[in-house]
Design a protein around this ligand. Sequence first.
Ligand code: ME8
Length: 516
Amino acid sequence: MTSKPFYVTTAISYPNGVPHIGHAYEMIATDAIARFKRLEGREVYFLTGTDEHGIKMVQTAAAQDITPRELADRNAAEFKKLAGKLNVSNDDFIRTTEERHHQSSQAIWQKMAASHNGDIFQSTYKGWYSVRDEAYFDEDELTEKDGKRFAPSGAQVEWVEEPTYFFRLSAYQDKLLALYESNPDFIAPKERRNEIISFVKGGLKDLSISRTTFDWGIPVPDAPGHVMYVWVDALTNYISGLGFPDEAAELFKKFWPADLHVIGKDIIRFHTVYWPAFLMSAGIDVPHRVFAHGFLTVDGQKMSKSLGNVIDPFVLIEEFGPDALRYFLLREVSFGQDGDYSRDKLVNRVNADLANNLGNLAQRSLSMINKNCDAKVPSFGDMTPADLELIQEVDAAIEQARKAMDEQLVHEASGAIVAALSSANNYFAGQEPWALKKTDPERMATVLYVTADTVRRLTIPMLAFVPASAERLLDQLMVPQGERLLAHALEHNKLQPGTELPAPQGVFARIERKAD
Ligand code: ME8
């Protein structure tokens, strides 16, 4: 076990609307990673937040007849509330309208401007701009229809000419390629890495990084009328949250460079090309790794307001509770691939794995202990090959989960634990402790002990995925708070015989299907 600090972030969301299930997904997955690292004994810092500047905020606010600040305040509160309701264990929530972030963004700008290449210079930008993507596109990236031009995202682009500051991104092509080469884990999953390498090899153009057509942004230092391009400011949140520009700040010293930025696949270029280039220019270390997750669809369709299929995570939490939603998304979607939400899939997954598998195992073994062992953890006798095989299988499953989580394969990690739970159910059924009650009560006690200790061991890693329910289950087993780390899950036979246990209560209820 190592106590090396671990810094993990989500993307910061645009609060121009309320959060949808895609935002919930990113928070949940990043939280599972953060919690798992804490279970490994690492000191974790976990940052999430909202990205509040940019023309999209101005336009949405105008349409609602409110100021951008009112819009940001209203919706940032919803994102914060979502993190709370999902039981997300973030250490801080950053809003890019905060003073600390303004200072930080202006400081990184000044460092980039002062770099020996003179990485920031003034010129005129002419190009095709997509408001929705907040990005300029080359002519050859566009499609044309009815005399209009569209970005790859489908958003319409318009011709814009403005005097702006540029960042000398072209000077970073070789440095970025050297970074990807020397740090093969920088971009994950692997397919994404190949995409980015070929993009960078194709040549990098200098990047326009200020705007003069609106003022809802962070002022460029000493350049009246210019606000920063929203991505310069947005990416900087990851260091603002640690106290930058004070590089002697305790959090910055301890946690930068970030171990992991978790983001969606649509913003990988910003995180793996622009962000490391900005940092190199400013003389700041680059993060260790960027992991791009896939997109969620709903019943096989892209989520969109016009289709009316945008899923409100608050409604799901209200109906199923946070752990059911968390578990479904973590287990069902291969992390890094696209995934699909449907109500049926959620109900099936949660019933099969949480209610029938873990829930049943816990309930059956704990009820038998309650009735037949004086409601105390039983003592155990000699272990049979079947007992030892199960114990070893649990060792292997925890180890497999740990390895998978090191590569952010959250679905594989949760899958390994659930597979071991199935084996434990088979063990319990095969050993028939209810029959042993009459024939061999000592052996019954051993079987119940092995089962209960297995529940303890496999519930500890589940703390990362279904924290509230897993805590409740460990409470039922009277596992002390200080013994809920992965190191304890790897220890065998840690439940203390003779410990009094409370009357068992179901922790994972079956979700009943709604009658149509
Ligand atoms: O991109 N499924 O904000 P955002 C899964 N402010 N993930 C999804 C998703 C979906 N259907 N839709 C969006 C931004 N996301 C910028 C980030 S970071 C310095 C600035 C993910 O509110 C998306 O990929 O559009 C991103 O990682 C996050 O949600 C916020 O998206």
